[in-house]
Design a protein around this ligand. Structure first.
Ligand code: CDP
Length: 784
């Protein structure tokens, strides 16, 4: 029999993205592209005040606007039992529309439904809301004083949401006290926003069977279905969630937002489809901010640079509701990875979270739940320690890395790192960037008074939530799933519980299945995001798709292979035990001339299965035994203009180790995108509030998103240390560049300014901050 239809080696191939032709031709199918007969538009009335009592809402003028069909307020929702929405973290609830008072500027107060977007907006303008302003709290340190109680609806009469800790507090403090060297630095990871290209939105309607059809920009469609059922009381079988093409999510499209509930209520009340697409300002002001962690980092070390202890204490600003989308048992996410790539004998981390009059959130913005904050803390901390020790930051890192023979490595804060070769990844980076030559150049420039900096970040991560014994969201265990159906002619369809938002799953999932089955990845169709067809899964965020859904796919493919083996035995007229899968085909053991391809087996599964069950399909629900721990060595080279404070990123090299690489071109694209986000966070982005709680960054002229003109040229490379527990050895990669790069950028700028005595500079590292740091340092030197 022929083997010509076998396709070998689909893994590790830079296959062009199957989804791109439709995206680059403007043929994507996004929520805002949808239109249904009789569809209405919804517009939300938002609060201009960050903290105020609502004394009256008058909707009568709004209802007079031609085309306006209805207006709903918090009181209407409360009467229907829908006044509050549980947050994903499960320990708090969030008002859908304000009831009694507002807690942040731009909070949702009323929803207007009309025949056109314009009429809905006109109606919203005319909703008259009377406010009685209240004192405003805009930072966690003021919140901690409890002088203004923001959430009297809660049983605990304090602004503190929780205290969380991990590790050995006494041990860490004692070790710090007795360490030969010790550093302590307050560092703030500012509030930033994922700002995906496409903002959030939905279309809701009840079909002729009374079933809710909910098209939505969701990174986790099945979780939405369950959450909507729990919130609205609609039986889950009567809810169909469809997440079509999504224009970027980055964690912003994980939570269920008030606008979604309002659209559903409007559709039910009026009996017509309702579309709600938020504006850019709504997106930046009310949905899913990230970070806002104030961290005190203390590291102890011996005089020759061996770390002895780590302590990190954090004040976290969660805004008005605790809407951080963290797994239930991990209120501060995976912040425990703050020991980084290093062998700390003892460590302690704690997070105190507070309510403030700011938008709620704390989403995992391209980050495995607070890993970015943790990574920044340790990678900045190591540089400050190197400065204290007068040691090259590279040497300090090398001296303290977990060695490759120490894996699986139990970290001081409870994670078991699966694999890595941190020394090798760093060596590749140093070699590629020409570190020694850069040091020489820097010394020469310093002698001339010029400011050049080299910044290193040798971060590690924890991605792929997760083992279900530890991880759940709203009680839903964090497994994931895959279903494969192979058609008679050897093509197939694959569905998973993940949901791509631009990451290229349609391509990489096809590559995994093709590799396992010796089929053509071009003929493996991938479908995600439809809860009626996809198997239940927890969705895509925190780089969990490859570690969890990707693993489920490989396992499901292996099940298909096992079923195929029976059919192959029938075709080859031997016992099943005599058939082996070798060189991408079934073969009689030791007889290469007697073989059948998967394509032939697929045809036989429908035409000649023998005594075997017809058809060729399999499903697998995968519960990972551990997280995966990708790592990287990033190096930034900057020149700082002494007079203006302008920073030029001259070079940036990212060497990533994400285990087995499915598609190197996609991985490179992921790294480019994440580095651009990290660059923006490091140098230009911050959601700021003035002292009165007014959001200062409500659009893209105030919240800067770099284009290719502003972005540095990215150099990339990789090392491969497979994950020992993942079926194909892959780890996640999507978030690595966002996680690892901010520290490299800031370390580079501080390194450039270090001859002036500068030890730290807060993000975003704007030109004025750098200018000010230089002027202050010069003034200090002048005085001494
Ligand atoms: O969960 P999310 O899809 O955002 O992140 P990911 O699992 O890190 O994957 C991002 C993209 O990179 C997907 O298309 C992956 O299949 C691909 N990838 C890869 O080709 N090789 C890896 N080792 C990891 C991810």
């Amino acid at each position: 029999m022929s083997t010509e239809t076998t396709v070998k080696g689909s893994l590790g191939v830079p296959m062009k993205r199957k989804e791109d032709p439709r995206f680059i031709q403007g043929k994507g199918n996004y929520v805002d592209d949808l239109s249904f007969p009789g569809m209405l538009y919804m517009c939300i009335v938002r609060s201009p005040y960050p903290h105020a009592e609502i004394t009256n809402i008058d909707v009568s003028e709004a209802l007079k606007v031609p085309g306006v069909k209805a207006v709903i307020t918090g009181k209407d929702l409360e009467a229907a039992g829908l006044g509050w929405l549980p947050t994903f973290h499960g320990k708090d609830k969030q008002m859908v529309l304000a009831i009694g008072k507002v807690l942040f500027q731009y909070q949702e107060v009323a929803a207007v439904f009309a025949e056109t977007r314009g009429a809905a907006a006109d109606g919203a303008e005319l909703v008259q809301v009377d406010y009685n302003p209240l004192p405003v709290v805009t930072d966690p340190f003021t919140a901690k004083k409890d002088e203004v109680l923001l959430r009297p609806d809660r049983e605990a009469k304090t602004n503190q949401i929780y205290h969380w800790e991990v590790g050995d507090k006494d041990g860490a403090e004692k070790a710090l006290a007795t360490s030969e060297k010790r550093i302590k630095q307050r560092m703030w990871f500012p509030r930033c926003h994922p700002a995906p290209l496409e903002p959030c939105g939905c279309v809701a309607f009840f079909d002729t069977m009374g079933r809710l059809q909910f098209h939505v920009t969701s990174q986790a469609p099945h979780v939405y279905r369950t959450a909507l059922s729990l919130v609205t009381g609609i039986p889950e079988d009567k809810i169909h969630v469809i997440s079509p093409d999504i224009g970027g999510g980055f964690g912003n499209k994980v939570p269920v937002y008030p606008g979604y509930v309002c659209a559903i209520v409007g559709a039910l009340k009026i009996g017509r489809p309702v579309k709600w697409i938020e504006t850019r300002t709504e997106n930046l002001t009310s949905t899913g901010f990230a970070r806002d962690y104030h961290m005190d980092v203390e590291i102890g070390a011996t005089a020759d640079g061996r770390v002895t202890a780590l302590k990190v204490s954090t004040a976290a600003d969660h805004g008005a509701f605790d809407a951080a989308a963290d797994p239930t048992k991990y209120p501060a996410g995976m912040f425990g990875v703050v020991t980084g790539s290093y062998t700390f004998p003892v460590a302690f981390a704690e997070v105190d979270a507070f309510f403030t009059n700011k938008a709620p959130g704390g989403v995992a913005y391209r980050c495995s739940f607070r890993v970015t904050e943790a990574s920044f803390a340790i990678e900045r901390g190591m540089d400050i320690l190197a400065d204290e020790l007068g040691m090259d930051p590279v040497e300090l890192r090398r001296r303290n890395f977990v060695k490759k023979e120490q894996f699986p490595f139990p970290s001081a804060l409870g994670f078991t790192y699966d694999s890595g070769d941190y020394h090798k990844t760093l060596d590749v980076a140093l070699e590629k960037i020409g570190y020694q030559a850069l040091l020489k150049e820097q010394a020469e420039k310093r002698a001339r008074g010029e400011l050049m900096g080299i910044g290193i970040s040798t971060f590690n991560e924890v991605v792929g939530a997760g083992p279900s014994k530890h991880f759940d969201i709203l009680g839903l265990k964090m497994f994931d799933s895959a279903e494969i159906r192979i058609h008679p002619t050897g093509s197939g369809i694959v569905r998973t519980g993940a949901k791509s938002q631009g990451q290229g799953h349609e391509t990489t999932w096809a590559q995994i299945v093709a590799e396992e089955l010796g089929l053509d990845p071009q003929n493996i169709m991938v479908e995600e995001g439809d809860t009626d067809t996809a198997p239940y899964g927890l969705g895509t965020y925190a780089s969990r798709s490859t570690p969890v859904a990707g693993a489920a796919l490989a396992m499901a493919a292996r099940r298909v292979r096992e079923r195929g083996r029976k059919i192959a035995a029938h075709l080859l007229e031997v016992g099943e035990g005599d058939v082996e899968w070798t060189d991408y085909k079934f073969q009689v053991k030791g007889v290469p001339s007697k073989s059948v391809t998967m394509k032939e087996v697929a045809f036989a599964a429908y035409t000649n299965p023998g005594q075997n069950e017809p058809g060729l399909e399999a499903t697998h629900y995968y519960d990972p035994p551990n997280m995966t721990f990708p790592n990287g060595a990033y190096i930034a080279v900057v020149d700082v203009d002494r007079e203006s404070g302008e920073v030029k990123v001259r070079r940036f090299l990212a060497v990533d180790d994400c285990g087995t690489i499915i598609n190197p071109m996609i991985v490179e694209g992921q790294v480019h995108g994440g580095l651009t986000e990290g660059f923006a966070i490091a140098f230009m982005q911050e959601i700021q509030y003035d002292k009165d709680g007014n959001n200062q960054n409500t659009n893209f002229t105030d919240y800067l998103v770099p284009t290719s003109l502003e972005s540095p040229h990215w150099e990339t490379a990789s090392t491969v240390t497979p994950s020992p527990h993942h079926p194909i050895g892959a780890k996640g990669v999507g978030e690595s560049p966002n996680v690892g790069s901010p520290a490299a950028f800031v370390n580079a700028v501080v390194d450039a300014l270090s001859p002036l005595g500068v030890r730290h500079i807060e993000m975003p590292v704007t030109r004025d901050k750098v200018w000010r740091a230089i002027r202050d340092a010069e003034a200090k030197k002048g005085q001494s």
